[in-house]
Ligand binder design. Sequence first.
Ligand code: NAI
Length: 241
Amino acid sequence: MTFSATLFEGRRAIVMGGTSGIGAGTALRLAELGANVLAVGLQAAGKHAPVHDRIRCIELDVTDGPALQAVLSKEISIDVLVNCAGISRDRAEYELDVFQHVLDVNLTSIMRACSLAVPALIHARGCIVNVASMFSTFGSADRPAYAASKGGVVQLTKSLAQSYAAAKVRVNAVAPGWITTPLSEGLARDEEASRRIMDRTPLGHWGQPADVADAIVFLCSPAAGYITGVTLPVDGGYLTV
Ligand code: NAI
């Protein structure tokens, strides 16, 4: 870790999808740097949930607007909001109800969380980081809703960056490459698919949740004070090939 250990001391951070994988890694990193973190997601007491004195995990479905409102309306001041909840349903996404559900979790929930959190973010002059994907750039015949949602995350990030800029709330995104998490387990186990990915990844290995967490921390830090509306790839160079 290359950040000052007190970078987020006394700060409030909320991580949607903070109960597993990249979100859990981000919650942990923010807590290690002094933030008080609320990690929101499914299986909040599950084996992938982050454990730290400064992290509280709560079980909440991000598609449940009233439940989200009840949680976020209690927050007076939010320094960091990370929107990391995400799912993929592969070819089942060709069924319209599945397509809509994936859009709701991966994209609409970000709009929902940002709209509910923005008064508290303005209070803190805080910032938002959304989690996009390589499929923000590429289409995917096997995941049409996932790719559409992640393309939308990039555009929503730009729109909210413009909208919130006057209130000094920055909005950025990260686009992780291939990261070892429960979501990508199946792909990682598929030797042929994994080899194809690594052949095209200049750094030659899968990323870890901490790699993405550190990029998110940078975007939330004062060092990124003049950066808003960008999507930062964290992909070992995958997009350069
Ligand atoms: P994960 O499955 O380990 O974590 C997903 C998180 O989202 C969990 O905390 C889960 O509880 C939460 N979540 C899912 N549906 C929810 C709902 N309805 N309500 C509340 N929370 C919900 O997966 P991973 O890999 O950590 O994914 C996190 C984000 O990173 C996702 O947005 C994913 O699309 C994105 N991503 C992951 C990549 C990878 O290689 N693992 C690559 C690119 C993007």
